[in-house]
Design a binder for this molecule. Structure first.
Ligand SMILES: [Zn+2]
Length: 423
């Protein structure tokens, strides 16, 4: 079972340290090529309602009117760093992970023998490039749960992830890295929407998975992610203390909030390696690692090596576990992303009722109108080979097309940012 959230949400991120103050002012004028409007300010605030494109608000209003977003009150963060709901709240309808350790349609475990890697809090100047080296030498994909504000500050590192070999899977970790059940509906719309928008603007892909900071999710947050943006809630099985590690030889300064007492590279590595060895049972698992420092990347590397050696089936990116689409506008890692007027989903949401059901089994997720795309576009998705260069000839063709599309997106985004910064 995942551990209790026990840290405050900024102490491991040092989000303010990542924001050069001279950039903070200028980034406000940076325009999203996809919406034609400025990105919200990067930082610890949720995007203001005034920044939301009309299409997102219209969609939210429609699904709310249809009764799809439950009337669960906003929670309040307490002194322990967890959350409280107002007195009298019918908790049987809330399904809070923070408060009740409740799951509802979340992906938090893997099919037997299978392993996926979830890496949070990127992109960062300290950690990202070190992880990229590990992906290459270990030949693995992973799902990156990215922070919108961190993308504003570290666009070069996002491009490193997007252009890595093998292909990496891009997903959402909110705009401000704050507890989402404490937010209003429209604040959550902004947190998820703007993070997806900036990823779309820069890479061409529209993410379809979200991992909420500290795992703070309830049925209201899940419903907004699902019905407004077609995003699947992803949790984890194993939580690394790697966010307590520092860069180089630095030691943790905030040990009081780390899960272990006084964690260091040796203890964090031993803890992660223990997920894989000894292989005493077949229960599959999903990791929570952090893309924050070179030491965290080292511990991750040791864990992946141990996982290989112990004979686990490394699926890598989370969607590979059950043959799910990588994005809302592309099925597999080598498929060209569809260009859209906005980031709202155009295909069926795929419900996951049993995250441990293997691909093709009776309980495996039903692909809906993705099934046809799955059969024609990328028959190899879901196997580790699809993340590398050994795809079929048809996926090689689509891979070549994708490069063209992505280059156009990247150029457009770079141009727009260059114009904004020079203004
Ligand atoms: Zn995080």
């Amino acid at each position: 079972m995942p551990k209790q959230a026990r840290r405050s949400h900024f102490d491991h991120l040092e989000i303010n340290d990542l924001a050069p103050t001279d950039l903070t002012k200028r980034q406000a004028s940076t325009t999203s090529p996809g919406t034609g409007t400025p990105y919200p300010p990067a930082g610890s605030d949720s995007p203001a309602a005034s920044t939301l494109p009309k299409s997102w608000v219209d969609k939210y209003n429609a699904v709310k009117a249809a009764g799809l977003i439950p009337d669960i009150p906003v929670s309040k963060e307490n002194a322990q760093g967890t959350v409280d709901y107002p007195q009298g709240t019918d908790m049987s309808k809330v399904c809070s992970w923070t408060d009740q350790k409740c799951f509802n349609g979340d992906i938090y475990q893997a099919p037997d023998n299978a392993v996926a890697f979830g890496i949070d809090d990127g992109p960062t100047p300290n950690g990202t490039s070190h992880y990229i080296d590990v992906f290459k030498t270990q030949n693995i994909t992973a799902t990156h749960f990215l922070i919108g504000s961190a993308i504003v500050w570290n666009q070069a590192q996002l491009k490193l992830i997007a252009n890595a070999t093998p292909k990496q899977n891009l997903a959402i970790h909110t705009w401000s890295h704050t507890l989402q059940t404490t937010k209003t509906d429209l604040e959550i719309v902004g947190e998820l929407g703007w993070t997806a928008q900036i990823i779309y603007d820069i890479t061409g892909y529209i993410p379809n998975q979200a991992r909420m900071p500290e795992g703070d999710v309830d049925n209201r947050v899940r419903a907004i992610a699902k019905y407004v943006f077609g995003m699947q809630s992803v949790m984890w099985t194993h939580d690394a203390d790697d966010w307590c590690l520092r860069q180089g030889n630095g030691t943790a300064t905030e040990v009081q909030s780390c899960v272990q007492s006084a964690p260091n590279l040796k203890t964090v590595t031993a803890n992660e390696v223990a997920w894989a060895t000894p292989k005493t049972n077949n229960t599959g698992w999903i990791t929570l690692n952090h893309e924050t420092t070179d030491q965290a990347a080292k511990a991750f590397d040791s864990m992946v090596q141990a996982t290989h050696q112990a004979g686990w089936n490394i699926e890598g990116a989370v969607p590979n576990l059950q043959g799910l689409p990588w994005y809302n506008n592309a099925y597999g890692p080598n498929d060209p992303p569809t260009k859209q007027d906005n980031i709202l989903p155009t295909k069926d949401f795929i419900n996951v009722t049993d995250p441990t059901a293997p691909k093709g089994s009776a309980n495996a997720p039903k692909l809906g109108n993705w099934a046809k795309v799955a059969a024609t576009q990328n028959p190899s998705v879901g196997s580790q080979a699809s993340g590398g260069s050994s795809g079929s000839s048809s996926s090689k063709t689509s891979g070549a097309m994708e490069v063209t599309v992505n280059t156009a997106f990247v150029s457009m985004a770079v141009l727009s940012i260059a114009i904004a910064l020079s203004a």
